[in-house]
Design a binder for this molecule. Structure first.
Ligand SMILES: Nc1nc2c(ncn2[C@@H]2O[C@H](COP(=O)(O)OP(=O)(O)O)[C@@H](O)[C@H]2O)c(=O)[nH]1
Ligand SMILES: [Mg+2]
Length: 286
């Protein structure tokens, strides 16, 4: 620069806020072509990385997803089940925060900021709940609600947790929780649509909740309203999947404390999850 000239280039502001965390939304989908327009209408694609994990759909799920959201990442799964789909989606996610969203229209994308805010405020795991003030469900049957209540009680007694909704699929977490959640995504080059490991089915949410609790991470429960699935029927069987959940609770108990923990401040916290609750919708506006 010549003498007497001023450097007018913008200087980095030492006080500038840290960059906003990036968010990946992982959507397991099995034959949900008819429901995707309702779901995607509520997702601002520019704000998030969106990944759909296809469960060997025989309808136009993948085609519809691509046409509605050309930037979407489509992922194939390696085995059978919603849990395996989530494992594959998590393994490919690049966001700082990962949000789990269903493809049937029951989980409302408008609630995503609620989950993201809970993580921004310091939670490691933002756990959706249909059974707290400001929450609800028009989708859950009486039988499933009863089963969920009992299984939830068992987990709370065994693990000293304060969950209010064990078997709910709307959750979000910091990506460094992945080492604690520790799901086996399998081999993408050799998918086997017939095989299923523990954790690959609907017991996946319980597995995640129990592992988060055992690792002593910080949990914030977030009120959520579960809407009725728009088209089609649930893939869940209250009895057989309920038994898988029960066996998962037992298996995780037998395995004892997991050795791995995420390389965050959470790992130096005392054992036993700490809790906070976003109990009013007013919390979102902050
Ligand atoms: N990729 C994939 N998605 C699945 C599978 N099973 C269920 N899902 C998806 O997981 C979400 C929840 O499943 P759903 O059948 O609605 O179960 P419910 O909400 O517990 O009644 C939906 O988006 C389904 O399309 C599967 O085997 N593979
Ligand atoms: Mg559903």
């Amino acid at each position: 620069m010549a003498q007497g000239e001023f450097d007018t280039r913008p200087r980095p502001n030492k006080l500038s806020p840290p960059p906003e965390p990036t968010v990946t939304v992982v959507i397991p989908a099995k034959n949900e072509a008819q429901n995707l327009p309702h779901v995607f209408a509520g997702i601002p694609a520019v704000a998030y990385e969106v990944s759909l994990v296809d469960g060997y759909s025989t309808d136009d799920t993948v085609k519809v997803a691509k046409s509605l959201m050309p930037d979407i990442t489509i992922i194939g799964q390696t085995r059978k089940g919603k849990g395996n789909a989530l494992a594959c989606g998590f393994a490919a996610a690049s966001g700082d925060f990962i949000v789990m969203l269903d493809a049937d229209g029951s989980t409302d994308p408008a609630e995503i900021p609620r989950f993201v805010n809970a993580l921004k405020e310091g939670a490691d795991f933002a756990k959706g709940s249909r059974f707290m003030p400001g929450a609800g469900s028009s989708d859950i049957s009486r039988l499933r609600q009863m089963g969920n209540y009992l299984l939830n009680k068992i987990v709370n007694v065994l693990y000293g947790t304060r969950y209010t909704d064990l078997c709910y699929g709307y959750n979000a977490f910091r990506r460094d929780c992945l080492s604690v959640i520790s799901l086996d995504a399998g081999d993408c080059d050799n998918p086997d649509s017939n095989s299923m490991l523990w954790g690959d089915g609907f017991e996946v949410e319980t597995l995640i909740n129990v592992r988060i609790a055992k690792a002593g991470l910080r949990v914030a429960e977030v009120p959520s309203f579960e809407r009725t699935r728009h088209f089609g029927a649930s893939n869940l069987n209250a009895f057989s999947d309920g038994i898988r959940v029960l066996r998962t609770i037992h298996a995780e108990r037998v395995r004892g404390s997991r050795a791995s923990s995420p390389p965050t401040q959470s790992s130096i916290r005392d054992a036993g999850a700490t809790w906070s609750v976003l109990s009013t919708l007013a919390d979102e506006t902050g």
